[in-house]
Design a protein around this ligand. Structure first.
Ligand SMILES: [Zn+2]
Length: 327
């Protein structure tokens, strides 16, 4: 049995409409706070959208605090940033155009974002990046984006930046080398490599899982205490969108997230200390939030992950996880 401080998930797709009611309770049951991504349909583009979405989420389940983000585009203005900040939005998300689900309205011109980034820098808002360069193949797209991010990070040295869901050893090195850049790491990128998603639509996500040396480096970073923290990128899609000729990107990890992480960390490090730092401490510190009150206890009690939760296939479906959250 282990007990850790109540964790936060700093990258989750809570969706909206009927999916929200199905997926949000899985996150809300375990996590104190969750940074909800703005690439919903419709997108969260301004403070009014964010307020509406916040209420939609807490109406489903208010036991977890949704932390709101804005979807940044080349039409976002410093004024919109100010309004969002006053409405409680804590971060803006940059999707380079065309790289993943809901990114077709994303940022085309990074230089033109300068006034927006400056406004965020001034207000202390975090800029989150989906770090893949459009037009580059899935294996090299993350590495190729690091040049752009280097320019932004050095031009805005006081801005807190998060490189989301890092998948490569190169990105880990980049984060360590830039004082104002942190990174989220997902649970699925700690266990998968290319062979786990090729031909397996439910394991396919963006950025794709890379090679064993990358996976090993991510695990080292997650356990190592240096600006790396949990952002699950749990991204549910209806089965018909996953088992399709063109498969939607995203792994639905919310129903298995903390048990899976516990298994990974206990197997690798043999103690819950690293897990607690990764899932409950470092993210809150980077965002300047108080640590959660309360605790979560997990027990070693193997269970088989169901093949389906409300019509959505979860990550690890049909496989055994050795830990579960004590109810
Ligand atoms: Zn995501």
């Amino acid at each position: 049995m282990i007990t850790i401080r109540k964790p936060d998930d700093f990258h989750v797709h809570a969706r909206n409409s009927y999916l929200l009611t199905r997926v949000w309770p899985h996150t809300a049951k375990v996590f104190g706070r969750a940074l909800v991504m703005p690439n919903t349909d419709p997108l969260i583009l301004n403070s009014e959208d964010a307020k509406r979405y916040y209420h939609q989420i807490v109406t489903v389940d208010d036991s977890c605090e949704p932390l709101m983000t804005l979807y940044l585009t080349n039409n976002t203005t410093p004024n919109m940033i100010g309004e969002a900040f006053r409405a409680g939005v804590i971060a803006g998300k940059v999707y380079p155009v065309g790289v993943t689900t809901g990114s077709d309205k994303g940022v085309r011109n990074f230089n033109a974002m300068k006034p927006v980034f400056e406004a965020m820098e001034e207000l202390g808002m975090v800029i989150c990046f989906h770090g893949e360069l459009p037009g580059v193949n899935v294996i090299e797209a993350e590495k190729a984006f690091l040049d752009i991010l280097h320019g932004i990070a050095t031009e805005h040295p006081q801005t807190k930046i998060v490189l989301e869901h890092v998948t490569t050893a190169d990105a880990v090195d980049f984060v360590i080398d830039h004082h104002n850049v942190a990174a989220t790491i997902t649970a699925h990128h700690l266990v998968m490599t290319v062979d786990d998603w090729a031909g397996r639509p439910h394991n396919f996500c963006k950025p794709v899982a890379k090679f064993e040396r990358d996976r090993a480096r991510l695990l080292e970073a997650a356990g190592g205490g240096h600006k790396f923290f949990l952002g699950s990128d749990s991204a549910p899609h209806p089965t018909s969108h996953k088992e399709a000729p063109v498969c939607a990107a995203g792994c639905y990890t919310a129903p298995v997230l903390l048990p899976l992480l516990t298994q990974i960390f206990m197997d690798e490090f043999g103690t819950e200390v690293a897990l607690e730092q990764f899932a409950s401490v470092r993210g809150a510190e980077w965002y300047g939030l108080p640590l959660n009150e309360g605790e979560v206890t997990l027990v070693e009690d193997p269970w088989e992950v169901p093949n389906c939760y409300d019509g959505i296939v979860p990550f690890m479906a049909g496989e055994t996880i050795n830990w579960k959250v004590e109810s």
